[in-house]
Design a protein around this ligand. Structure first.
Ligand SMILES: Nc1ncnc2c1ncn2[C@@H]1O[C@H](COP(=O)(O)OP(=O)(O)O)[C@@H](O)[C@H]1O
Ligand SMILES: [Mg+2]
Length: 273
């Protein structure tokens, strides 16, 4: 299906999004509720996330955006007070099923956080960390993964002569692209990004935005942003969250030009937020 996933045996045909064939879903979220102790943070969320598109999650601070995106790769279950009901289906598999392997999910679904969080190791070691856990030992194969992952994250040209240097020596924007490269190294399907540019300067932000446009050719991307201009620039679909609920979910151009709900209109026109 995809050039970069030549181990994919399902389909030989080339899939181009936005053509006659409708997009498949990577995620179906069904009546999802989540509580931190007594406080309900997600309320009856119903969403389908199409593949090979960029889906933006927008909404004011505290409305449940981070909680939602973390739930998609089961990061919230590490918090003892969390209780969840409803279903999340990744590629039609119930991720809350007891038999479902969370390690597999986290390989397929990579996550990038607000603040870049490289390991305190060399650039090279950051990238090969995941592949080594998956048992890849061959130096030549690892070298190839490092190069292709860094190229995929638009960082190769800037660091190819410095692979042994510590990742902490990179700028914030470079560190964030390194974190994206680290995700790509284990051949994911989906990239979750929680406000990936909010700690970055405008030029680094633009680089990440361009990168996201490029990455959607091969990956499905879900990005939380409180920057509405960013959602408008880079996403195909937008979900507007408010108080733990999805108020409106539609094509991004529709959300920003003629939303159905008054609350969406008020938010995107800056009346609150
Ligand atoms: N670990 C936690 N324990 C308790 N409450 C939390 C925790 N994380 C988030 N919350 C609460 O859940 C709600 C949603 O938070 P969050 O998902 O971080 O929103 P957003 O990312 O939209 O700002 C907020 O009321 C927040 O205080
Ligand atoms: Mg958040």
């Amino acid at each position: 299906m995809l050039a970069s996933k030549d181990n994919n045996t399902q389909a030989e045909e080339v899939y181009e999004p936005n053509t006659a064939r409708p997009a498949d879903s990577v995620y179906k979220v069904d009546q999802l509720n989540l509580w931190y102790g007594q406080d309900q943070a997600l309320k009856n969320i119903e969403l389908e996330i199409p593949e090979q598109q960029v889906t933006a999650i927008i909404g004011p601070s505290g409305c449940g955006k981070s909680t939602f995106i973390k739930t998609l790769n089961r990061l919230t279950e590490m918090i003892p007070s969390v209780k969840t009901t409803g279903g999340i289906y990744y590629r039609n598999q119930d991720i809350f099923d007891k038999k479902y392997k969370v390690e597999l999910l986290r390989t397929k679904v990579g996550m990038v956080f607000q603040n870049p969080n490289p390991f305190p190791k060399s650039i090279y070691e950051n990238i090969v960390y995941g592949p080594k856990i998956h048992g890849i030992k061959d130096k030549k194969v690892l070298d190839e993964i490092v190069e292709s992952s860094l190229k995929g994250a638009a960082l190769w040209d800037e660091v190819k002569d410095d692979l042994k240097k510590n990742a902490f020596g990179l700028s914030g924007g470079q560190q964030q692209r390194l974190c994206i490269a680290r995700c790509l190294a284990v051949e994911p399907d989906v990239l979750l990004m929680d406000e990936p540019t909010s700690a970055l300067d405008p030029i680094s932000t633009l680089k990440i935005e361009e990168l996201v446009q490029d990455l959607k050719k091969n990956y499905s991307i879900i990005i939380v942003t409180h920057n509405m201009q960013q959602a408008g620039r880079i996403s195909d679909n937008t979900a507007f969250f408010l108080n733990g609920e999805v108020v409106e979910y539609d094509r991004t151009d529709k959300i920003f030009s003629s939303p159905d709900d008054k609350r969406t209109e008020d938010y995107i026109s800056g009346r609150f937020g």
